[in-house]
Design a protein around this ligand. Structure first.
Ligand code: ADP
Length: 343
């Protein structure tokens, strides 16, 4: 097929927290109006600090949680409106690799049972079929078929994550969502697992959505990167462009703070201070404005939307990417951080 395999449109997730007897509790704005697409053979990385909504996006895609608004299209089908029985067939297409290979594998099942289980949920396999499938899958992830009778406790962290990947591949999915898939592994093992994912993705033409807070890992594996801040994408760019020349001030700050060698010096002149605010009561306008060294008054008032730039990226920033129709911004005076802090 042509076009994106996975297309997400205006995806939004608000969690309503419990309040007292009478009042409803506060709302957590975990994901706000997020749109992106991923094509076959492409890796889109989602990055951002803890709590910015990355895992919620993964859960929304897998329909582990239901969206407040927006839709998820897989191969042209809107899966966000499918009923439970219709979802079953679709689930074959999109599989997930989880962060923790220690807790995500059933300790009582053998490697063969673990990796063939997704197929057995759909069809009964004979012993011989199970053996053949387990052999194929283990070989695909670089493990010896002789290991198929071992229990998870007999494997190292890297081997367990290989099993997690083999299980995700069992149904021959066209899309894989990997949520912090190497974060629990030793640095020396991370590169092996990343290379395995990259090789398999190219061989099988999989669309890979790779969620990570680690920019070094993203630089290694990504084709494009989406930077999230408080539930929204603030920059969506080809990886090379992003690392060489980030545009959004938050993207610059992230790269400046990351322990990775960068090809060019980032332009950040004033350090970004403070913590990520709570998604329960996010700042008005651009949620980054209280921390942004470039903020102007207008940033306090209006939420910036992702604007396509001539170089191929999209940026949500009134200063770096003013909207075409916003040529005369009402408040171009610098935002007064000290006055805001004093309030
Ligand atoms: P990340 O993966 O980037 O660390 P998450 O998607 O896990 O971020 O969380 C985004 C925000 O949503 C956080 O503030 C988190 O506390 C909140 N959140 C996540 N799941 C729930 C839930 N089930 N109920 C209430 N709030 C939640």
């Amino acid at each position: 097929m042509t076009g994106p395999l996975l297309k997400v449109e205006n995806l939004t997730k608000h969690y309503q927290l419990n309040g007292g007897f009478i009042k409803a509790g506060p709302v957590v704005r975990a994901v706000e109006d997020v749109s992106f697409s991923v094509t076959a053979g492409e890796t889109l990385c989602i990055v951002g600090e803890s709590g910015c909504g990355k895992s919620t996006i993964a859960r929304l895609l897998m329909r582990i949680v239901e969206p407040t608004a927006g839709r998820v299209m897989v191969g042209g089908t809107d899966i966000s409106s499918l009923k439970a029985h219709e979802l079953r067939a679709w689930r074959r297409q999109m599989q997930m690799v989880f962060q923790d290979p220690y807790s995500s594998l059933n300790p009582r099942l053998t490697a063969a049972q673990i990796i063939t289980e997704p197929v057995e949920n759909f069809e009964r396999l004979s012993r011989a079929q199970r053996r053949t499938l387990a052999t194929d899958l283990l070989e695909k992830v670089g493990m010896s078929p002789e290991m198929m009778h071992r229990l998870p406790s007999e494997f190292s962290g890297g081997q367990r994550q290989r099993l997690g990947i083999a299980r995700a591949l069992a149904l021959r999915p066209s899309i894989i969502v990997a949520d912090e898939a190497v974060s629990a592994l030793d640095v020396s093992v991370q590169a092996q697992i990343l290379n395995l994912l990259m090789d398999l993705q190219q061989e099988l033409g999989i669309a890979l959505l790779f969620i990570s807070h680690n920019l070094g890992v993203v630089k290694h594996i990504g084709h494009r990167v989406a930077v999230m801040y408080l539930g929204r994408i603030v920059e969506l760019a080809p990886c090379e462009m992003f690392f060489a020349n980030p545009s959004h001030p938050y993207a610059e700050a992230l790269i400046a703070a990351a322990p990775i060698p960068t090809p060019t010096r980032v332009r950040l002149q004033v350090p970004v201070e403070g913590e990520v605010p709570s998604p329960i009561n996010p700042p008005s306008g651009c949620a980054f404005h209280p921390r942004c060294p470039l903020a102007i008054e207008h940033c306090r008032v209006e939420v910036p939307h992702l604007v396509p730039m001539p170089d191929g990226r999209a940026v949500a920033c009134h200063v770096r990417a003013p909207a075409a129709d916003g040529a005369t911004l009402p408040g171009t005076v610098p935002f007064d951080h000290s006055a805001a802090r004093a309030e």
